[in-house]
Design a protein around this ligand. Sequence first.
Ligand SMILES: *[C@@H]1O[C@H](CO)[C@@H](O)[C@H](O)[C@H]1NC(C)=O
Ligand SMILES: *[C@@H]1O[C@H](CO)[C@@H](O)[C@H](O)[C@H]1NC(C)=O
Ligand SMILES: *[C@@H]1O[C@H](CO)[C@@H](O)[C@H](O)[C@H]1NC(C)=O
Ligand SMILES: *[C@@H]1O[C@H](CO)[C@@H](O)[C@H](O)[C@H]1NC(C)=O
Ligand SMILES: *[C@@H]1O[C@H](CO)[C@@H](O)[C@H](O)[C@H]1NC(C)=O
Ligand SMILES: *[C@@H]1O[C@H](CO)[C@@H](O)[C@H](O)[C@H]1NC(C)=O
Length: 513
Amino acid sequence: MPPITVVIFLLLVKLELGNCAKPNVLLIIVDDLKPSLRCFGDRNAYTPNIDRLSEKSFVFRNVFAQQALCAPSRNSLLTSRRPNSLHLYDFYSYWRSTVGNFTTIPQYFRENGYHTYSIGKVFHPGKSSNFTDDYPYSWSTPTFHPKTEQFMNSPVCVDQNGSLVKNLICPVIIESQPDGTLPDIESLNEAVRYLEYRRNATKPYFLAVGFHKPHVPFKFPFKYLDYHPIKNVSLPTNKDRPSSLPLVAWNPWTDIRLRHDIELLNVSFPFGPMPDHMSRKIIQAYNAATTYVDDLIGQLLVHVDPNTIVILTADHGWSRGEHGEFSKFSNYDEATKVPLIIHVPGLSTGEIISDALVELVDLFPTLVDLTQVAESLPICSKLVDEIACTEGRSLAPYMACKKMGKVARQKSAVFTQYPRPGVQPTLHPNSDKPHLKDIKIMGYSIRTNAYRYTEWVKFDPQTYKPNWKKVYAKELYSHIFDKKEDLNLAERPEMEDVMKHLHRRLKLGWRHA
Ligand SMILES: *[C@@H]1O[C@H](CO)[C@@H](O)[C@H](O)[C@H]1NC(C)=O
Ligand SMILES: *[C@@H]1O[C@H](CO)[C@@H](O)[C@H](O)[C@H]1NC(C)=O
Ligand SMILES: *[C@@H]1O[C@H](CO)[C@@H](O)[C@H](O)[C@H]1NC(C)=O
Ligand SMILES: *[C@@H]1O[C@H](CO)[C@@H](O)[C@H](O)[C@H]1NC(C)=O
Ligand SMILES: *[C@@H]1O[C@H](CO)[C@@H](O)[C@H](O)[C@H]1NC(C)=O
Ligand SMILES: *[C@@H]1O[C@H](CO)[C@@H](O)[C@H](O)[C@H]1NC(C)=O
């Protein structure tokens, strides 16, 4: 029996949305978007459209992905199961063929009377979604992928000499691009077409739109640079690799080294450093690509029916030079923290800010509660016995309390993990994103309001089990004194008790948080 506040809240949802019409759902997933938005306090961001959405939404400022890599994070978010349960830490397995026939968020809606459709990058394409984005299970019709995404890695960026190259930083003139457009613009057009086509439909819709930017390469229309003059870009205060950072935790951002403009810099492997002038350009380009996506989101929201729950989030973050890194591939807040905005028509009339600890696995049960398409999802008891269950917790009770100004219960900890093929950063195998067979070490991380604690332990890729007795490195950061996670306190004798306590909680896992 849910608490009385929740019952009242859900009644309010029902009244607001009308008794017969189920709300539509629009899920927007932005690739590699950290909370670098004006509405999340980033003063260098220019994101007026997302800011406007946030003004009538629940804004969650402490939300974490379960692994800072696209496929594991997306499958985890969409099934509400953790990488450990999906046995997916790379790009190369499909849960229905390996671990169980688990239900996804869109599948749940489809099976409960919704028309479901995916545009752009929602599931990670390829093996991890069986080369179909999990169609037909998740989606009512085959998914839409922008045609021009095939040029993602083509030489389409103009360099200083006027030739076409594969750059990391790639502002473009749209008309000069192959097919005269860009993938996210194609996705926007398709989403607008779909929303107009659904306008008179009797079935509610669940539409997921996955924008590709600001994922690298930073390919976006030139004009968005105007909002981010280079002289206004400041470097992070923690731009150097922390001396106390264990080797195994370091990711050498191999993917961007292969880009022409970065290759020219002859940055040494694995530690760099990136020259300051290029760091500035990278930050500028990330911000400009974010403004570009913000603009598209603004154009999309104009077409959304008022009776629609809108969620905006990301698969993970991206380090823009913090700790000397330019990538995801780690357990740091920079890589694992994501924005989460939830607009519930009629209820989130003003901005409601939350600093509660939240995980992306919480989204599935939250949406089930908010739309009341069916009973609440049960918590998964065993790994394989339940087809539709959750490893997260619904935010609906929390949102109800927040809305009514009551004290709200929240999680005491959240969990992330990251695999490595060895202690040293390597190109072969690529230590930034090892294949399952090469994984020898797993970095398990617990984040509370006060600390982040990570243990890098031996991992067996055949049994998917850690060996907690074989520890390669430990990291402890105080979020009271060191929000940027610069100072590893793991070697301090006075922290021993804290570490023992966090070690125990890390091993106990999410069920006890
Ligand atoms: C998996 O679930 C889907 C949807 O419920 C069902 O159609 C399919 O038969 C199931 N497959 C197996 C192997 O159980
Ligand atoms: C995955 O795709 C293959 C090839 O199209 C197909 O044979 C198989 O049934 C699919 N798996 C599931 C679980 O649907
Ligand atoms: C431009 O061309 C010159 C001479 O070929 C070369 O040295 C330089 O690296 C090129 N610049 C870029 C940005 O590719
Ligand atoms: C929806 O209904 C309106 C009013 O009946 C009509 O003008 C419009 O063409 C319809 N739109 C679609 C996409 O069918
Ligand atoms: C850049 O910085 C200057 C000086 O701080 C400020 O006046 C200006 O508004 C900034 N420009 C943008 C586009 O943010
Ligand atoms: C690149 O760096 C390596 C070692 O850091 C150095 O030996 C080599 O000469 C450099 N190459 C160029 C073209 O600067």
